[in-house]
Design a protein around this ligand. Structure first.
Ligand code: AMP
Length: 213
């Protein structure tokens, strides 16, 4: 099964994608994580992407499309995958559909995680991420048992540089303009389900699992 998780930054896509992937035995694929890895490795793509990411802007389509094309050709994707953070523009969605079609495949389900904008800012500004496993925490809503340490793998927690307030505003603006139109794109195709992303992690997870049935 090929699944896309749609939603604004801070809607919980990363956290839920990892859980869902574990539940379904499919790989979670986050273009944000792939880009951050490329940036840390100082690859040519990472260096090109760095400035856009730091400013909360989208990395140009062609770069992201090449990156995802390569990742989706991995053997672990043969049985399906959970996409988190891709597609983010209409062009990305169209290219993804065309590529899948060439292989006789399609996006089976799109889950749109809906969260109020003021809640998104609160979530993102208090978010802390694990350097080891990528798990997300929140200083108030989901604090780790030991400050600065991941409950899951013991890795160090850090604040993403794009989780600063001025960059958050830009990311939310970019979401409204570039990514939100995808909700209608997939709704028209008939494979989109809306899920309220406000609520406990378990509650939202259960709603996502239900939406995929
Ligand atoms: P994320 O971890 O999904 O919030 O992504 C972090 C940043 O990576 C975004 O703010 C963008 O700069 C970049 N990025 C991630 N996915 C995409 C995408 N599909 N298209 C363009 N830029 C992306």
């Amino acid at each position: 099964m090929n699944v896309v998780l749609l939603g604004a930054p801070g809607a919980g896509k990363g956290t839920q994608a990892r859980r869902l992937a574990e539940h379904l035995g499919l790989p979670p694929i986050s273009t944000g994580d792939l880009l951050r890895a490329a940036r840390s490795a100082r690859s040519s793509l990472g260096q090109k992407a760095e400035k856009f990411m730091a400013e909360g802007k989208l990395v140009p389509d062609d770069l992201v499309i090449d990156l995802i094309r390569e990742r989706l050709s991995g053997k672990d994707c043969l049985g399906g995958y959970i996409l988190d953070g891709f597609p983010r523009t209409l062009r990305q969605a169209e290219v993804l559909d065309q590529n899948l079609l060439q292989n006789g495949a399609k996006i089976d389900r799109v889950v749109n995680l809906d969260v109020d904008p003021t809640e998104l800012v609160k979530r993102l500004s208090g978010r802390r991420q694990c350097r080891g496993c990528g798990e997300n925490f929140h200083v108030s809503f989901h604090p780790p048992k030991r400050e600065g340490i991941c409950d899951r793998c013991g890795g160090a927690l850090f604040q993403r540089e794009d989780d600063r307030e001025e960059v958050i505003r830009k990311r939310l603006e970019v979401y409204q303009k570039e990514t939100k139109p995808l909700v209608e794109y997939y709704r028209r195709k008939g494979n989109l389900k809306d899920v309220t992303g406000t609520g406990g992690l378990e509650e939202v997870f259960a709603a996502i699992v239900q939406a995929l049935k």
